[in-house]
Design a protein around this ligand. Structure first.
Ligand SMILES: C[S@@+](CC[C@H](N)C(=O)[O-])C[C@H]1O[C@@H](n2cnc3c(N)ncnc32)[C@H](O)[C@@H]1O
Length: 358
């Protein structure tokens, strides 16, 4: 048909739409990526099959230059490119960390290094990496309070918890920041401000890869598991892909292997975990449209409102659920109610005599 309303043209349009959905615009010509590639090369990173690109659905990410086979290593980043607590302790901050009591946490060490290097600007040997990091984030801690209040519960409560957690992280670190004054000509309060620390916290939270480091006496005993991996951290999340990601002790590289084939000029994804959209927004500041883990939360208030308003055993039933940690994370997913929700509903629907037998 010539008017474009027929079946063939509908199929063609659908195909075109699908391919344009994943088609990225090459960004490797941008000065910040040219500098980053040079910096990585100096640290023995061998150019990969990937190039930075901007995608209509997911924003900035990495695109395959060639088709990728199943099991192929897509990126292999030498240890010298990774930013870990080892990097921080070996730096000018090491002596100050070693002196400070109680010892700073691994997270505080990483965040302090990021803020300090960002402040150093052109003098920082990490400048090419810092230049490609986002200037701002969209995690709830960065949103206006009025926007946080529009989030659905229980995400709203978790978002407020995140804001107090980051504020507390900042307040409790002020003493340590003061101890760094000899390193700077400006007042540390203006360098290690709340906004600067929040930016560093979001950088680590949204971009770090998992890499377990042995405990160190100069750091607090919290798990030391975060490493910043320049360039590799441009990979976006898809709930549908499977990859193998780990530090290879033999090659001394952090490696990512595909578990399935990937076409040429397609966005290459990794999976950040089987997260629902609440968790993705909270931890990474985005939601995934076709998320198989998406779910709707059913709150205690909703259960009480629709099930129990006339039930004389209501308080007892609710307290049983609370005692057994069954009042939170009750969800409906694509397949219907979760096992937790069904279990809670079964208990809430028991007759009085059944409840005493239970
Ligand atoms: C590890 S970084 C990935 C690279 C990032 N897009 C960038 O430009 O630097 C993680 C961040 O990328 C974004 N992101 C990751 N996967 C996404 C997706 N499927 N859709 C939209 N944004 C995504 C989120 O902002 C997330 O916090």
């Amino acid at each position: 048909m010539k008017n474009g309303g027929g079946r063939t043209s509908r199929i063609r349009r659908r195909k075109l739409f699908r391919s344009s959905e994943s088609r990225g615009v090459n960004e490797s010509y941008k000065p910040e990526f040219i500098e980053l590639k040079k910096w990585l090369k100096d640290r023995k990173f061998e150019d990969t099959n990937l190039i930075p690109a901007c995608f209509p659905g997911t924003g900035r990410g990495l695109m395959s230059k060639t088709a990728l086979r199943e099991g192929q290593t897509v990126i292999s980043l030498p240890a010298s490119c990774l930013l870990t607590t080892d990097t921080v302790i070996r730096s000018y901050l090491g002596a100050y960390i070693a002196k400070w009591q109680p010892p700073p946490s691994p997270l505080l060490a990483l965040c302090t290094f990021l803020v300090s290097e960002k402040h150093a600007g052109d003098r920082s040997s990490w400048k090419p990496y810092l230049e490609v990091l986002p200037k701002a984030y969209t995690c709830p801690v960065c949103l206006e309070p009025e926007v946080v209040d529009l989030l659905p519960s229980p995400l709203k409560a978790k978002a407020w918890e995140q804001r107090s957690h980051v504020w507390e992280f900042f307040s409790s670190s002020r003493g340590f920041f003061s101890s760094l004054q000899p390193l700077f000509s400006e007042a540390v309060e203006s360098i290690f401000s709340y906004c600067a620390l929040r930016w560093a916290w979001c950088t680590v939270n949204t971009r770090a890869v998992y890499m377990k480091r042995p405990p160190r006496l100069c750091l607090s005993p919290e798990p030391d598991t975060c490493a910043l991996a320049p360039y590799l951290d441009l990979l976006n999340h898809s709930p549908d892909v499977q990859v193998k990601a780990a530090f290879n002790e033999e090659t001394r590289c952090y490696e990512i292997r595909t578990a399935a084939r990937c076409g040429r000029h397609k966005e290459v994804f990794i999976c950040y975990g089987p997260h629902d959209n609440h968790r993705l927004l909270l931890e990474y500041g985005f939601v995934s449209i076709r998320n198989p883990h998406a779910c709707v939360y059913v709150s205690k208030d909703m259960l009480v409102k629709y099930l129990l308003s006339t039930d004389k055993q209501m308080n007892k039933k609710i307290s049983i659920l609370e005692d057994h940690d069954f009042i939170e994370n009750l969800t409906f997913g694509w397949d219907g109610p979760s096992w937790r929700l069904l279990t809670a509903l079964k208990l809430l629907c028991l007759e009085a005599e059944e409840l005493f037998l239970a």
